[in-house]
Design a protein around this ligand. Structure first.
Ligand code: NAD
Length: 368
């Protein structure tokens, strides 16, 4: 069997520091679990601009197209803030997302027991929380036409954006949600505003049709987006998988993320359409940015990136056992009281990025 192709793009700021910990896990998997990848590395963001004059080269884009999965650290920083729009580090990331046609954004909101009291909600509301938000990423009001700002004959200005979804766009994102639910708690909440938006009504009808035709084993509930926001902070544990459009997903995934209390712990995945073999283009990345304020000091939390890599093992490589091993190791390290600065709590041991990586490796050794 040929090894799966994995492209690593550490990026800027803390990106390379947190990615170094993933590379150690990749080594460990090769040595201890006979799981090897064909790994290549590239530049994206400000570091690519510094070397090549663009935030993403055609060669790196081609590597991403050829890869079975891409793992990205973070891009950006004050050094590149004054660059023209087209050369900004973020353009590299946006180009990757666009050219790989990643339409499904997966944002888990998972609370580790040891960190339950870091949430702004009461501990018993979030202990054991495990939600997956599936957000449509390439359609809806952020891309719909017509759009723009115009001046009316009376001199007043008018801003226009258009919320628009087609059947196929709705069906392909709902499929991702139902497939995920099948491997999880078998429950999907589909979220829109069918009461006031026709696009929401179409969304509701198409999701229901798909469920009845192909996913009768999954419990489907429809919920208005405003109610969903309320329910997320009232009784978040009622949710398993939430599927929603680009705009509502943007808001609800950030809201759900904060239930977990820490930016340094949040992974994400973005997936494209399945090819004839069922394989999807995929980009995995932590939710946090490049944290220039702490870059280069070996104090960043590498867990969001490690957990993004665990998602990659599960969703791109079907290595459920190895993904679970890594997540179990993270849990054990947290239970053991190790904390990077961002998740530090009284009585715990404050450790560096490197020591956090070493502790995970030690736990992995114990687990096998
Ligand atoms: P940020 O996520 O980089 O940092 C916000 C705060 O959280 C900072 O105080 C930072 O130190 C802390 N933090 C973030 N990740 C951490 C980690 N792993 N461990 C410990 N602490 C962590 O957001 P920002 O400050 O708004 O943006 C900084 C730069 O990152 C900007 O250039 C921005 O454009 C870019 N950015 C990139 C991405 C991405 O690459 N996907 C996402 C968001 C922001």
């Amino acid at each position: 069997m040929t090894a799966k192709k994995l492209l690593i793009l550490p990026g800027d700021g803390i990106g390379p520091e947190v990615m170094a910990q993933v590379l150690r896990i990749i080594d460990w998997l090769a040595k201890k679990r006979q799981l090897s990848f064909d790994v290549s590395e590239g530049l994206v963001g400000g570091c690519s601009y510094d070397k090549h004059g663009v935030p993403l080269t055609e060669e790196t884009m081609e590597l991403a197209q050829q890869a079975d999965a891409v793992l990205l650290g973070a891009v950006g920083g004050p050094k590149w803030d004054t660059l023209p729009f087209a050369l900004k580090p973020e353009r590299g990331l946006l180009r990757l997302r666009k050219d790989l046609k990643l339409f499904a954004n997966l944002r888990p909101a998972f609370v580790f027991d040891a960190l339950a009291d870091a949430s702004s909600l009461k501990t018993d509301l979030v202990r054991g929380l495990d939600i997956m938000i599936v957000r449509e990423l390439t359609g809806g009001v952020y891309f719909g036409e017509p759009r723009g700002i115009e001046t009316l004959p009376n001199g007043e200005r008018r801003g226009v954006n258009t919320q628009v979804y087609t059947t196929s766009e709705i069906v392909r994102i709902a499929e991702v949600a139902f497939e995920l639910a099948r491997k999880r708690g078998k429950k999907v909440h589909s979220v829109e505003k069918a009461n006031v938006m026709e696009s929401g009504l179409l969304w509701r009808e198409e999701v229901q049709k798909l469920r009845d035709a192909r996913y009768p084993d999954i419990a489907l509930e429809h919920m208005y987006a405003d109610n969903c926001a309320m329910q997320l902070v009232r009784t978040p544990k009622q949710f398993d998988v939430i599927v929603t459009d680009n705009l509502f997903g943007d808001l609800l995934s950030d809201c759900a993320a904060m239930l977990t209390g820490s930016l340094g712990m949040l992974p994400s995945a973005s997936l494209g359409a399945a090819d004839a073999n069922g394989a999807r283009k995929a980009l995995y990345e932590p939710v946090h940015g490049s944290a220039p304020d702490i870059a280069g000091r070996d104090i960043a939390n590498p867990l969001a990136t490690l957990l993004s890599f665990a998602m990659m093992l599960r969703y791109s490589f079907d290595k459920e056992e190895d993904a679970t091993l890594l997540e179990t190791a993270v849990k054990a390290v947290l239970d053991g009281g190790m904390r990077t600065g961002d998740i530090m709590q009284p009585g715990m041991a404050k450790v560096s990025t490197t020591v956090m990586g070493e502790s995970i490796l030690r736990e992995l050794d114990k687990l096998i």
